[in-house]
Design a protein around this ligand. Sequence first.
Ligand SMILES: NC(=O)c1ccc[n+]([C@@H]2O[C@H](COP(=O)([O-])OP(=O)(O)OC[C@H]3O[C@@H](n4cnc5c(N)ncnc54)[C@H](OP(=O)(O)O)[C@@H]3O)[C@@H](O)[C@H]2O)c1
Length: 430
Amino acid sequence: MSGEEAPTQQREEPEQQVKKAEEPKPEPESPAAVKPEEKMEEEEEKALSSRALVLTGYGGYEKIKLQVKTMKAPQLRSGEVLVRVKACGLNFAELLGKQGLYELLPAPPVIMGMEGSGVVEAAAEDVKDRKVGDRVIAMNRCEMWQELVVVPAKRTYLMPEEMSFEEAAALPVNYMTAYMMLFEMANLRPGKSVLIHMAAGGVGIAATQLCQTVQDVTVFGTASASKHETISQGGVTHPIDYRTKDYVTEIRKISPNGVDIVLDPLGGSDTQKGFSLLKPLGMLIAFGAANCVTGQKKNLLAMAKTWYHQLSLNTLKLMQSNKAISGFHLGYITDEELFDRTVLKLLELYRQGKIKPRIDSCYHFEEVAEAMKRMHERQNIGKVILLPEPKKSEEKPKSNADAAENVEKNQAVAGEKKDEAVEEVKAEKD
Ligand SMILES: NC(=O)c1ccc[n+]([C@@H]2O[C@H](COP(=O)([O-])OP(=O)(O)OC[C@H]3O[C@@H](n4cnc5c(N)ncnc54)[C@H](OP(=O)(O)O)[C@@H]3O)[C@@H](O)[C@H]2O)c1
């Protein structure tokens, strides 16, 4: 299916990770792999506790369990850092992943999450450009939804001082996707027009802000009516309520010749409509299939409908139409130089005040079901963030019956109950 994705390589299956963390401590001559930070050896002796959101099978919200693991400090391999995660991004890809529709997510049991931010807690000896205490953005193909995560140092980026952990977690996937599509693929230039679907969502807001960095760009944005005021303030020139109006007709009323660029995260009949709206020499970029998703569980009818209505053309017809179609998927970007260049450019734009992630809401790990529901029910304007930190008892509880059911205290002290920890996860797989 579609979706997006995250950038780097998965480290290990969670099961292996648990085992790895429980391996006996190396002999005194081998721990050279870890930078000799003060009290490091003492730290290794201590048991670490880490909360993680584990997808235990495909289906509804109840398939995501909050587990608490206790383990020894991970032995870092060359090039790795251990990050204490402070905030994580929720992406549409995880809605797809939960339903088994995201091809880059390994099979359950798996810890989800592709992006986050936090503080470096340890670094391998050969890592020279990150140190303990650094505030970083971190990315991984999955496994970011946990308190302690090991990632390649090259997939971490130093956060600007003024950036909050929530903003840092909201930036990578949405802004990289929007930036690469607009500037690397579509070559956005002054005076052009862009149609942005899901304009009040994470990628939509990122794309709108990036359009503002170029002179005289007209943005048509589709979103639910209640979100129009916010997206207009954010830079959408013409907000369109796709739920009550035909957006093709609305756009043609304003711009009879159509638009130069269409960013299409929907698929199916919307790709056909988007293509029909392109001006000569215009470009449509297909980057998602949100039309396949109608609720928390897989909808085969919606999938079939999207598939049936997909745009199909031959190259002769394409040539005669003078239009371009391309596809984009961040998860399949393997060019590390392009990857780094894009993140660094985005951080520069952030420092210049030209982009700023809009945080819709923050949910503690216990409330993951509520967070996903917010996106499924199309309530979010901007990014939904997950916080590993436990919810404080004095915090007003959100109306979230599901969340309580999802908490699964899986206290497995390394070396004592390790099989239990692994088995409990496996049991959910079947
Ligand atoms: N290819 C890639 O590399 C890549 C990377 C990132 C994201 N994406 C794609 O970009 C799209 C946006 O992703 P995002 O993470 O930024 O999510 P998001 O836009 O925050 O998603 C939620 C919002 O999208 C709108 N929406 C439209 N159709 C929906 C549906 N079927 N279910 C739920 N909401 C729907 C809703 O707003 P309204 O009420 O305004 O309709 C909703 O509030 C997704 O299709 C995703 O797969 C692709």
